[in-house]
Design a protein around this ligand. Structure first.
Ligand code: F6P
Length: 495
């Protein structure tokens, strides 16, 4: 890094996130002597809220991230080849982390320590050990090194999510002036929970090395500000910032959005339109409810199935006339809790289908794998309601995607009050998913109001999702706040 003076504009972001938006596979048929055997590496697009948000940013960026398990055990020569292929095809830069370190960094410290704590769960104390923390730091240092290797004069660094909490610390060791923004895609929990982490000081101190830290909601921001003041002795809140050791860190709520143009294009695709017509025909007279979640204990999937059980128990008139279409995307299957949840979910779905189903009616249609985005657009478009039952969720972009695809139908969004989207989408039917009876009744009410009151509510949400809170807006707002924070801290340091 050169010691640069702050520009009045950000010409390029260096985006750093744990995962790149692609995964790789070795082409087993590849033979360099046979030109028709294809290329050595195959790539698939990966999905997720973070990726959807970043892809919608209109400010130029370059992206740095990990390619997943297996990438760390490639030979040096293959790493060079793969880096070249990823750069040429996509313009991204892969970070290589040895597989054993990646396991401790990703599966253990990120997903068995930070992830549950951030979602108000704390069942994996044993994972909180020195070895996984050391690996977490080692991986974060590798990211910081990769960032400084691609850095060009005028760049600003935008670090994403809890897997990379320590990256600002390692970057600041290399440059006191490089602009650093950080965005957290998950909730920031109450200080009462965060302060139980043995590494609380290092984690917060690293975030205070940023010029700007962004969150989805004011609540998460507030939790962060009070945690910082409790943990860092000299930290004090001043206006929208925290001041500590001569550093000024702006803390802001900047809710993420989606790119409506992507979903609108799917809806206009003739193949998608055909599928929509087919689904309308196949499910005529049936109230369709869509759910699409990573199979993660934060998504409240067992509660969702219990809500459907309750609905069908109390509303017999829905028998044969209601279907929950649930997509469950397998996730983090190396972690025990995720394997157990998958088994529990399959069992619960089987029980409900067994209890209510008939030879010509299955109440829950379950797909346990990712579906293509255009296909998902069709499912969203034909559904009378979308049911989100998260027990904690940073934002929940499924809620936004559903609203976007309801352009014509104006279906109801039934949304957990524990998802960040609840603060954004005021035209929703909110539920406390732990209150199963009430949630079932709210879902029933929402379904009965489709075409009436649900339409008014939808239009309110639609405006937010497609106009005022898009991914493009999110990127522009973040960039502007980062610029403002740099100016503020410059003045502060020179006071
Ligand atoms: O939003 C939280 C998050 O962990 C993102 O960082 C990630 O893109 C997404 O969930 C999916 O998680 P993973 O990369 O662990 O599959």
């Amino acid at each position: 890094f050169g010691e640069q003076q702050q520009e009045s504009n950000i010409t390029r972001f260096i985006i750093a996130s744990n995962r790149l938006p692609i995964t790789f596979e070795r082409n087993v048929d590849y033979d360099p002597s046979k030109p028709d055997s294809g290329e050595k590496w195959h790539f698939k697009e990966s999905s997720g809220g973070l990726i959807a948000g970043v892809k919608g940013i209109t400010i130029p960026y370059t992206w740095i991230g990990w390619l997943g398990q297996g990438s760390g055990s490639l030979s040096d020569e293959e790493k060079i080849e793969l880096t070249k292929a990823v750069k040429q095809k996509f313009g991204y830069t892969p970070v290589f982390i040895p597989d054993d370190i990646a396991n401790l960094y990703y599966n253990v410290f990120s997903n068995q320590v930070l992830w549950p704590i951030s979602h108000y769960l704390q069942f994996t104390q044993s994972a909180q050990n020195g070895t996984s923390w050391d690996a977490y730091c080692q991986a974060n240092r590798a990211f910081a090194d990769a960032i400084s290797a691609v850095y060009e004069e005028g760049d600003a660094v935008w670090v994403h999510d809890y897997q990379l909490y320590m990256v600002p610390h390692y970057l600041r060791q290399q440059s006191s002036t490089v602009p650093i923004g950080f965005f957290l895609h998950i909730p920031f929990p109450s200080s009462e929970l965060f302060r139980t982490l043995p590494q609380r000081y290092q984690l917060i101190d690293s975030l205070l090395d940023c010029n700007l830290v962004g969150f989805h909601t004011h609540d998460y921001r507030q939790h962060f500000v009070s945690t910082a003041q409790r943990i860092i002795l000299d930290a004090r809140a001043e206006g929208e910032s925290i001041i500590s050791r001569g550093r000024q860190t702006s803390c802001q709520a900047v809710p993420i959005g989606i790119d409506p143009t992507v979903w609108n294009a799917h809806l206009e695709n003739p193949t998608v339109q055909k599928l929509i017509e087919k689904l309308k025909h196949d499910f005529a007279g049936v109230k369709l409810v869509i759910g699409c979640d990573r199979v993660d204990y934060t998504k409240g999937l067992p509660l969702k199935i219990k809500i459907i059980d309750q609905l069908l128990t109390t509303h017999k008139e829905l028998h044969g006339k209601f279907v929950l279409f649930q997509i469950g995307i397998p996730s983090r299957m190396d972690v025990k809790e995720y394997q157990e949840l998958t088994d529990e979910l399959h069992k619960l779905i089987g029980e409900v289908n067994g209890k209510f189903g008939t030879i010509d009616w299955t109440p829950i249609h379950y797909i346990g794998r990712p579906v293509k985005q255009d296909e998902l657009a069709a499912y969203y478009a034909v559904s009378d309601a979308c049911l989100v039952t998260s027990v904690r969720d940073g934002m929940n972009l499924v809620a936004l995607e559903y609203v976007c695809c309801q352009k014509d139908h104006h279906g109801a969004l039934v949304l957990s009050e524990f998802a960040g989207a609840r603060f954004l989408l005021s035209g929703s039917y909110t539920i406390n998913p732990f209150d199963i009876e009430n949630s079932a009744e709210t879902l029933n009410l929402a379904l009965s109001e489709v075409g009436k009151k649900a339409s008014e509510k939808h239009l309110n949400n639609y405006k937010i999702v497609t106009l005022t809170n898009t991914a493009e807006e999110w990127g522009l707002r973040f960039a502007q706040l980062l610029l403002d924070s740099i100016k503020d801290s410059f003045f502060h340091l020179n006071e």
